[in-house]
Design a protein around this ligand. Sequence first.
Ligand code: SF4
Ligand code: FES
Length: 288
Amino acid sequence: MLTGVKRTHTKLIEVSKESSRDKIMIGVFRRNTVKGDTHSHHYDTFEVPVKRWTTVLDTLLYVKEHLDPSISIRYSCRMASCGSCGMKINGTPRLACFTRVSELEGDKITCTPLSNFPHIRDLVTDFFYFFEHHRNMKPYIHNEYADIKQRGAEIIPSKDIDDANTKLLREFKQTPEDVERYSQFSYCIKCGLCYSACPTAGEDLKYPGPQALAQMYRYVADTRDNALKERLDIVDNRHGVWRCHFPASCSVVCPKGVDPALGIQLLKSYLLGKSKRKEKKIAELFDR
Ligand code: SF4
Ligand code: FES
């Protein structure tokens, strides 16, 4: 009961904090790296009308439509699903479509490109290496009994299915507890906010980063996957999972409630619990 009262009170305070401004100044980082402008940059500032529900993406689209069509932004779904509109808003990695102007403090919003990504133009960054890291984690179920190549393109009549094929087509059962172990990690929309917030990703380009490592844990924890050794080998190296020092900034900025820092620690504990090469790992840590 007391908890309920506290929650209501907190909610009221949050609502009262929201600003009732009808216009806002928005500063947009400007630089065109693909045209060779690699060092200098400037900010263009625009005044934009806002309502209580206006998002930062709405203000940027207003600028594009009415004030300066040359600003570059990336977006698609406008509903926090595609992960395209990540940028730093007042210095924090956030989704522009999922951030209302009224929840930000001050009379000016500053939008800058995500850190730790190569820059392209204005608020647009290059996700090539980020997706390479994700691809390197082999983000799909490995299981020879789920190999759909064996089934072919055509549907096999049930009377012709021999024992082997029956085994190949078998059902994979999981308990709710099995699903619970990895489900939160499967909500990742690959927006890159966690990668932008990660201090290690900023220092070591070979470090897969919180998104990729959390996805690796997602498949390690999935009882349908049977490529455990191969998976652990991918992350058990000097640029891998051991480089995480647990600042946990990745989990703070995630807009989908994924906890990549938890996934990384679970991956570490899994490795320490299962591995027979503990001494070697400790030596590798000192070797960095
Ligand atoms: S873990 Fe969260 S912040 Fe990181 S890419 Fe996935 S959805 Fe974005
Ligand atoms: S536009 Fe799709 S997440 Fe923001």
